[in-house]
Every structure is written in structure tokens, then in C-alpha cells.
Design a protein around this ligand. Sequence first.
Ligand code: ADP
Length: 471
Amino acid sequence: MLQFRRLPFRARLTTWYALVLAAVLLLFAAGSACVLYFQLLNQMSHFAIQDVETIEGLLFIAPDGRLSLHEDYHNHPQSRLLLERLLEIRSPDGTLLYRNDRLGNDELGGKPFAGEGVEGFSERSGRLKDGGRILLVSRYYRMHGGPVMVIRLGYRQDAIWSRMKEFLAASLVALPFFLAIAAVFGYQLARRALYPLGQMAQRAEQITAERLNQRLPVEHPGDELGHLARVFNNVLDRLELSFEQLRRFTSDASHELRTPLAAIRSVGEVGLQNSQTAAGYKDTIGSMLEEVGRLTKLVESLLAISRSDAGQVQLNLTVFSPLDLVKEVAAFFEVLTKEREQKLLISGDADLHVKGDRLLLRQAVINVLHNAVKYSPVGGAISVSVTSLTSSSVIVKIADSGPGISAEHQAKIFERFYRIDAGRTRDTGGTGLGLSIAQWAVHAQGGEIRVESSDEGAAFVMELPAFLKSS
Ligand code: ADP
């Protein structure tokens, strides 16, 4: 079995095909043999019945009073059969009245059984003393001016069996030939059918990570192979996109990591070159720690993104009030807004509830609110509202009084590492990851996030699935 599994697919296919064909042919031969057997038996019984009728006409009482048979039937068309017949005639009480030479000392049964041959012809199978199987036909007969008798006529079934043997032998001899021819054709067919698959495998082998832009040719779009090629090409499309994203992400991430690292290094080097007072060193260390803080934030964001990409984040769904959540996050920014003399207005309905992961949503609100604080001018105003337009969703809107976001950037700001003004936002501590993390966090709980912008500032709208008390 193990050896069989190691065979090439087309060889296995051909073997299965030949085996199934052999089974079908054998079944067919067996079925045909059965049909042939019953046909021959039928024919034989038909002849036997005719023969019994002939015998009735040939019987006569000899001058010595014994029952006899005219043997001059050689012109009879079935005379060959008549010669082969085994004939026995008994009176109903079992007395033997006649037995032909071919039967000799053998017999076709003893005393006739009740009703034997009375109604038409009794037909059955029997055996001779030598074990030979015979077809037996009996007929109850009242001879005109003679005795009442049961005529029994038997035919050896050997002829039928030898015909059967001939048929089976011929079938068994022909079978391997048929199989050989079918296997050769089957193998060729399998080879031709599998050839395009081999070609596809060869082409697929040449596609590496560096050549992900290559595709398999779709030669027969309508059939299974065309379908396979299309599916494979679709997988390649997705792989190429993922590889591209990964490549971009890795290069962007390393670029982002390099900047604070370079800053730490240069601040450190400058600090070491000039001998300074304790206050000077403290300053240097402070600057370095500031960069380390930025680095830590970046690494944390990268970690959050890689976890989300790997699908490792398990949602912890609870029912909570978004207004409470917004108030909690606003308290977190109190020091910063005070420092920037900004007004933070919070309004909304405390009875509105959503079902989601509170921690994830908190992260999204932090990121968006932090941007609002960062990009609103000193003395500006930020408003956060929690409302609902339909019963199925709750809307959290964070609007600021910053420069706003032009239409061309609106679609891109949710992309990773995308910053409208890289130089300026780096100064404000931006990594270009905040909004992409916020978008993922909102999407993860079945919500939507979009940006609306006007001359007065930008507004981020989060639409979250509402928790209906009855549900
Ligand atoms: P960052 O950490 O740089 O702020 P984000 O992903 O949070 O990264 O934002 C991407 C970019 O979108 C920012 O660099 C900024 O240019 C722009 N942006 C985000 N929020 C605002 C806002 N409230 N007002 C103006 N521009 C914004």
C-alpha cells in the first residue's frame, strides 16, 4: 500500500481506473454467464418438451406385450438431441416399463410422485449415479389402447456447462487484453490531463518572494485548471499586497526608530564632548529621556499594530457608557489642555451604551483626542459629544479648532506612518501611527471612523454599535 502511494499520481490514477474496469468487466462476464446459462437451460427444456411429445407418438406395444419405441427417427431435425436423451417410462405404481440403452442401468428416479407430469410437464434438475447433472422433464401419459404411464426424459447438462466454461475461458483470456489496452489509453489520458498541472507547478516554482509579481497563465478559463490558476493568482495578489505592506511597514518602522536613536546618540555625544556642570548633564539626560519616551511610545504602537495584524487581540466585550469613557480620557488630558489654555467641552447622553472592548475604544479616543489637543492652537477649543441618530448606533464626535485636514489628505491619514507635515508633527511627538491604531480599534468592534473637516477645524466621528437594553 505504501509502495502504491509512492507511485506518481497518473500511475495511481491508471491503476485505479484499470482495477475498476477489471471489476466491471468481471461483473459483466459473470452476469452474461448467468444469462447464457438460463437461456441454454430454457432452450434445452423446450427441446425436451418437444421430444416428450415425439416419444408419445413413437411408442407402441410389441407383440410380446412389452412397451417399445420406434427408433427410426434419424430424419428428425433434432435427431442429435434425441440420440442424447435418457428415457425412462414407469407405471404410476413405479413398475419400470421402458428404459433406453443410453440410460443403461441408471435411473431417473423411482416411483413417480403424486401428480408427476399430470398437469403439463414436470420439470426439475436431478443427478445420475455418476454425479452428472441432468434436466428432467416428466409427463403423465395414457396410451391409446395401452397402459397409463409416466414418461421421464433427461438431458445431461454437461453441454451447457462446457459452453459456459468456453465462454468464461474466452472472457478471462480477453480480459487482460482489454485491460492492457484500457490502461495504456488511461495512462496517456491521465498524462495529457495532468500535463497543464505540471506546467503550472513549474511556473509556480519560479515564483519567489522577489518575483511575486509573476502570475500563472490562465489558458482555459472555463475549466477546473483555469479555476485553479485563477485561485492561485488571487492568492499571489494577496501575498504580493501583504509583502508590499510588510516591506513598507518594516522600512517605515526602521526609519522612525532611527530618528530618536540618532537624536539620543547625538545628544549623548555632545554631552560627553564638553565637560559640563551638574545642571548641564541633567539637561542632557532630560533630553535623552525625552527621546527615549518617544521611542517607547513608538515601540508600543508598533507592538499594538503587529498584535492586531497577527489577530492576537482577544476582544473583551462589555456594555459601557461612552460618555463616561470620554470623561475619563478627558481627565487624563487635563494637565496638557490647561498648559495649552484650551477649552475641552464634553456633552452627551449618559444613558447611551455600547457593547464593545472598553480598553480598545479608550485607546482610540486617546489617540484622536490627543491629536485634537496637539493640532488645536493654544487657547483653542475642543468639543466631544456622545449622541445617537438611530437606535442602532452611538456617535462619538471629537471636533477641534486646528488647521483641519484637506480633502486630499483625508483618505490617507488613517494609513500607517502617514503624516501630513512630517517635520512639524515629529516635533509634536507624532509617529503617524495613532490614527491607524484608532481605526483598527474601532473596526475591531464593528464600528466606523471618519473625518470631517472645515475651516474651523477637524472633526473625527466614531460610529459604534449601540447596546439596546432589550437585546
Ligand atoms: P501622529 O502621531 O503623527 O499624529 P496620526 O496617525 O495620529 O499620527 O495622524 C496622522 C496625521 O494626520 C498627522 O500627522 C496629522 O498630520 C494629521 N492629523 C491627525 N489628526 C489631526 C487633527 N485633529 N487636525 C489636523 N491634522 C490632523
